[in-house]
Ligand binder design. Sequence first.
Ligand SMILES: C[S@@+](CC[C@H](N)C(=O)[O-])C[C@H]1O[C@@H](n2cnc3c(N)ncnc32)[C@H](O)[C@@H]1O
Ligand code: SF4
Length: 373
Amino acid sequence: MTPGAYVHIPFCAHRCAYCSFVALEGRSEEREFFEGVEREIRSRAGEAEDKPFDSVYFGGGTPSYVEPEGLGGVLGTLEEIFGISSDAEITAEANPDDLDGDKLRALRDIGINRLSIGVQALVDSELVPLERRHDAAGAVAALGAAVPLFRSVSADLMIGIPGQTRESLKKSVDGLFSAGLRHLSVYLLEVEKAPRLVRLKASSPDLFADDDEMAARWEMVDDLCTAAGFARYEISNWARPGFESRHNLKYWTLQPTLGFGVAAHSFDGRRRTVNAGSMAEYIRLTREGRSPRVTSEELEDSPGKKERLMLGLRLAKGVPSSSFEGIRRSLPAASASRIEDAFLAGLLVRENGRVALTRRGVLLSNEVFALFV
Ligand SMILES: C[S@@+](CC[C@H](N)C(=O)[O-])C[C@H]1O[C@@H](n2cnc3c(N)ncnc32)[C@H](O)[C@@H]1O
Ligand code: SF4
């Protein structure tokens, strides 16, 4: 199985109100960090059995915030040590406020061919409580400048932003489609993880959507995507045919991925490892020539199969019936019968030798996945 590489870039210009990703404000340790990544890549030369990589993903944090030369240096080292295939998908996440023409051309020139831009909304009054640094016009300008330069441009959009309505959400979605993007990731805002939003919800609950309203908005986005020629290929992701994210598909199908940088995860087919989540520790360990990996978990056979099943159910095409039935038979009788109830309730469907979530099942996916634990 061809592996993918993930590189976590843990720097942001500002910590947004809602975000729980591993990222530092400012970029004072950028040079030391990239030196650490270079050492880490060289020290793991023997790891990928099937080379070269056919996907590289710079996630964050904000890869567009750091010097493109740093990302280019990482690509050069990955190419030297592992190889990167000539048709590889090479993605960088980006914030609209970083994306002037010079930055976009620099990212393209180092080899980035797919940009994933965190737009969140195209309504100024919604970007304010999120503490985004860009406004709607800035995001539209960034999208317009990016689309002609990259093989694919994706946008992140959020449902459930304080003050959002169905009308304003539709305006955001329409604006994204007009900009010519090829891929869309849609996130339901998780308020619980964000103390500043928890406080806002306590003082102004009317600004927030309840579960039914969140579901109605999600269905509206799904309908708008379908009408625009985008197919939902995963719970949170829609794409024009042929523009699905090759790298993210590796996560949902449990293919090997090597993760480099602070807090990056790796999976070699059996074992999942996680790098140190603190910048100081990551820099110290890589300087000392030691592995930055601090936790390691072996996927035992049976839980491994369950995880494969749950990740597979995230995909619109679902999983083969044979593997689904194998797991179901291994569960206690009460769980197996609750799963049958999920079919009767229209949350799961058997079709063409496969089992998949229905649209209603996607909306209640956490409840469905809980049946297998
Ligand atoms: C690593 S960030 C993307 C890159 C870039 N730093 C940005 O913010 O534009 C990945 C995406 O996760 C989503 N996200 C982050 N925190 C979230 C939360 N609490 N609830 C829902 N989505 C969230 C946002 O849509 C964000 O664009
Ligand atoms: S959403 Fe993006 S820019 Fe904002 S703090 Fe998280 S990673 Fe950084």
